[in-house]
Design a protein around this ligand. Structure first.
Ligand SMILES: Cc1cc2nc3c(=O)[nH]c(=O)nc-3n(C[C@H](O)[C@H](O)[C@H](O)COP(=O)(O)OP(=O)(O)OC[C@H]3O[C@@H](n4cnc5c(N)ncnc54)[C@H](O)[C@@H]3O)c2cc1C
Length: 250
């Protein structure tokens, strides 16, 4: 983990208040898929705390973050122009571990789709099946990046404007017995994760989920982001964000 300055290479509005921020980092640390960064959104009142954003993509010079301008901090971030320097701490947390998995199902809902792409980018030699959901086609901002890199990509939207008009977990359920997955990696809203837990409870396939909670420091000191697990409260920032689905109480 390093605390450093990053320079904005680009900060483009994609759709529906979702931005793609590319940052250049001179002293790039080693990153693993599923980790996140704490990003400074400026010095204005009320946004002094850095905000947690998942690492969507990375190479040895840049990291790419996809974020929704949701509140004060991320709205200020969306105003950052090219060439501006900002403070960042990365990489943080325990990400997804590939182990010896050969066939992985990726299940993402809403903003939870964003970190799953880092898995594919880091481990291109695995067979992926991606199940991606959003409320409508304009919120599925990065689905195209999965196409061509996955053996199959199935899309679900609430209004049927892209893919099928259903829940992403329903698409996943249809395929669960079909493709012999070695592991399932997921990120999305809690109702989606709960549905996934119910669907997979009678299988012995390991399921790992990336959790999100409001966060203060990002590295385990402030205990703001605890989540309930079968072995007591755990810190999403330092013990997670990725947990075994059987461990977290959803
Ligand atoms: C590990 C982790 C990874 C994340 N990755 C991404 C990502 O890749 N892209 C992205 O757009 N967002 C991501 N988030 C959520 C993002 O951190 C919040 O949207 C952001 O901190 C909100 O800050 P704000 O100042 O804009 O809004 P605030 O004014 O603080 O809040 C605005 C809204 O966002 C909600 N919110 C605040 N913090 C969180 C949070 N931690 N999780 C969920 N909702 C929150 C609030 O309840 C409120 O509805 C991630 C969160 C965590 C913990």
């Amino acid at each position: 983990m390093i605390s450093t300055k990053a320079t904005v290479v680009s900060n483009a509005h994609l759709s529906c208040g979702i931005y793609k921020l590319v940052l250049s980092i001179p002293d790039m640390p080693e990153i693993s898929c599923g980790q996140f960064a704490m990003v400074s959104c400026g010095n204005a009142d009320g946004i002094l705390l850095k905000r947690p954003i998942s690492i969507h993509d990375f190479d040895n010079k840049t990291v790419t973050l996809l974020y929704e301008a949701a509140g004060k901090g991320t709205k200020a971030l969306s105003q950052m122009q090219e060439s501006v320097d900002l403070d960042i701490i990365l990489p943080l947390g325990q990400g997804f571990e590939i182990k010896n998995y050969k066939r992985i199902a990726l299940v993402g809902g809403g903003l939870g789709v964003f970190p799953l792409f880092s898995v594919i980018r880091q481990h291109a030699d695995v067979e992926y099946s991606a199940y991606l959901g959003a409320r409508d086609s304009s919120h599925l901002v990065c689905a195209d990046s999965f196409i061509g890199r996955c053996a199959r990509v199935r899309l679900a939207t609430d209004d049927g404007s892209a893919g099928e008009k259903t829940y992403v977990t329903s698409l996943f359920k249809e395929d669960l017995a079909r493709y012999g997955f070695d592991a399932i990696f997921a990120c999305g809203p809690k109702p989606m994760l709960k549905a996934l837990k119910a669907i997979t409870k009678d299988t012995d396939i390991p399921v790992f989920v990336s959790m999100e909670e409001r966060m203060g420091c990002g590295f385990g000191a402030c205990l703001t982001c605890t989540c309930k697990t079968s072995s007591g409260n755990k810190r999403v920032c330092a013990d997670g964000p990725v947990f075994d689905i059987n461990e977290v109480i959803l």
